[in-house]
Design a protein around this ligand. Structure first.
Ligand SMILES: [Zn+2]
Length: 433
C-alpha cells in the first residue's frame, strides 16, 4: 500500500528552498554591458587575438570575470573554454568558435546539469560585416550580463546539481556556439535537466511604442524535435502535444514567476522561438535536452541587427541606452529562482505511464528516481494546458479511483526531502511488448 503524504508536505517547488538569494544588481548588470560594448564589435569573424577590440578580447574578459567570481566563492566555479571550427554560409572560410563555461559542480547529484546560456557575439545590418561597431548591448549583451550576474548570486551557496554558466559565440553566424555546447553536454554525459537560453532580455520599450517591464516571454516546443517515428505514432494516438520536456520546463518557469519569485508575469509562448527565428536553445532540442528561450515581452526591432545610425528622428542600433536595467534585474532574478529550485530537486522520472482503458480508474506508474523521497501525481482535464490537481505519494503504481483515463492527462514529478520538486514527466502509454 502506498501512503499518502500529509498535506503539509505539499510544498511547491518555489516555497521549498530556504532563504531567498540576494537580488540581481542593476549597477553590476550595467557595468558588464558597458564593458562588452567597449570592445567595439563582438562579431564572430572579428579578431580573436586583438587585446582591445573584437570577440577574442570580449571572451577573455568574460572568462576573467567568471574567474573573479570563482575566487570569491573559494574556487566553486571551474572556468574553461571549449572550441571547434565551423564553416557555413556566414563563415565560408571557417571560423574558430569558442564557448566560455563556468561550471559550479553539484554537491549531491553532479551529473545532473542546469545550464544558463547567452551569446556574446554581436552584429550589424550586414551579417558578414565584422569591422563596424556592433554594440550588441541588448542582443545579447543583456543575456551575457544576466548569466554572469546569476553566476555571482548562485555561487554564494552550494547546489545539489551542477550549474553551468555558458557564454556562447557564433550565434549570429549559424547557432554554432549552441551546437558546440549541446555536443559538449552529450559527449560529457551530462543529464541536462534544463537549459535556460537568455537572448534579448533587457529592453522594455517595444517597436509599437508600448512599455512593458512586468512581463517576459518563455518560448518552448511542445513536441520534441528529437521524437522518433514510433514516439510520434504513440503521441498521435494518446495526445501530449503540450507536454514535452521543454514545455514542462516552460510551465515550471511560469509557476516560479507566478509565485512571485521573479516579480514578472511569464508568458509561456507555445512556439520553440519567435516566428521563423532561432536561438542557441534549438541545437539542445535537436539532441533531446529540455531547453527554452527567454526573451523580453516587447522587442524593439530598430535596435536589433542594425547599423548604428540616425535617419531623421529615428535612431537605429543596439546601444546601451536602450537597456532597462531594473527590468533586466527582474529577468535575472527569475533565472536564479528557477535554476536554484531545479538544482535542489531530484531528477524528473525518466518515464511515466498510464493504464486503465475501458475502466473507471486510471493506474499511474513511473520509473523510480534515486534520491527522490516522494512523488507528485499531477492531472488535469484533457481540454486544458495547466495542471490543476495533485496527489503526493511515496511510490508507484497508484490507482486513481474514478479518474477517467480518456478525460484527463497525467504527469509525475519527483520530490526531495525538503519538498523541492522536479519537472513533471508526462505519463504516456506503456511501450508495446
Ligand atoms: Zn541574439
Amino acid at each position: 500500500m502506498n501512503r499518502i503524504l500529509p498535506a503539509l508536505a505539499m510544498l511547491s517547488a518555489a516555497t521549498a528552498t530556504a532563504a531567498p538569494p540576494p537580488a540581481a544588481s542593476p549597477p553590476l548588470l550595467h557595468a558588464t554591458i558597458a564593458k562588452l560594448v567597449g570592445f567595439g564589435t563582438r562579431h564572430s569573424l572579428s579578431s580573436p587575438i586583438d587585446p582591445a577590440r573584437g570577440i577574442g578580447a570580449a571572451r577573455n574578459w568574460t572568462a576573467a570575470r567568471l574567474a573573479e567570481i570563482a575566487r570569491d566563492c573559494g574556487g566553486c566555479l571551474t572556468i574553461e573554454k571549449v572550441a571547434d571550427r565551423f564553416t557555413g554560409p556566414r563563415s565560408p572560410d571557417g571560423v574558430e568558435i569558442v564557448d566560455v563555461l563556468g561550471v559550479q559542480k553539484g554537491t549531491g547529484d553532479p551529473d545532473r546539469v542546469i545550464i544558463l546560456s547567452a551569446h556574446i557575439d554581436s552584429r550589424v545590418t550586414d551579417p558578414m560585416n565584422f569591422t563596424s561597431d556592433a554594440p550588441g548591448a541588448n542582443d545579447d549583451g543583456s543575456g551575457v550580463a544576466l548569466v554572469i550576474e546569476a553566476a555571482r548570486i548562485l555561487s554564494r551557496e552550494p547546489h545539489r546539481a551542477t550549474i553551468v554558466f555558458a557564454i556562447l559565440s557564433g550565434e549570429e553566424q549559424g547557432l554554432y556556439g549552441g551546437q558546440l555546447l549541446a555536443r559538449t553536454a552529450r559527449a560529457r554525459g551530462w543529464q541536462v535537466a534544463a537549459q535556460l537560453n537568455n537572448d534579448i532580455v533587457g529592453n522594455s520599450h517595444g517597436s509599437g511604442g508600448d512599455h512593458v517591464d512586468n512581463r517576459v516571454r518563455v518560448f518552448s516546443e511542445g513536441i520534441r524535435a528529437s521524437e522518433t517515428l514510433d514516439e510520434a505514432r504513440t503521441r498521435r494516438a494518446i495526445g501530449g502535444e503540450d507536454d514535452g520536456p521543454s514545455r514542462a520546463l516552460a510551465k515550471f518557469v511560469d509557476r516560479i514567476g507566478t509565485s512571485g519569485h521573479g516579480g514578472l508575469e511569464v508568458v509561456a509562448i507555445r512556439r520553440p522561438d519567435r516566428f521563423g527565428r532561432g536561438g542557441d536553445h534549438l541545437p539542445a532540442l535537436d539532441l533531446g535536452f529540455p531547453a527554452v528561450r527567454i526573451t523580453e515581452a516587447s522587442e524593439n526591432y530598430d535596435r536589433q541587427h542594425q547599423d548604428v545610425r540616425v535617419e531623421g528622428t529615428r535612431r537605429y542600433g543596439d546601444t546601451i541606452d536602450g537597456v532597462d536595467f531594473p527590468y533586466l534585474a527582474k529577468v535575472t532574478n527569475l533565472n536564479v529562482a528557477v535554476a536554484r529550485a531545479l538544482a535542489q530537486a531530484p531528477a524528473a522520472p525518466a518515464a511515466a505511464t498510464i493504464t486503465g482503458a475501458v475502466t473507471a480508474d486510471t493506474t499511474v506508474n513511473w520509473a523510480p528516481v534515486p534520491g527522490a523521497t516522494g512523488y507528485r501525481i499531477h492531472w488535469r482535464r484533457a481540454d486544458g494546458t495547466i495542471w490543476t490537481n495533485r496527489r503526493d505519494v511515496t511510490s508507484g503504481p497508484i490507482v486513481m479511483k474514478n479518474v477517467n483515463i480518456d478525460d484527463n492527462f497525467f504527469g509525475v514529478s519527483s520530490l526531495g526531502a525538503d519538498g523541492a520538486e522536479s519537472l513533471i514527466t508526462f505519463a504516456g502509454a506503456a511501450p508495446r511488448k
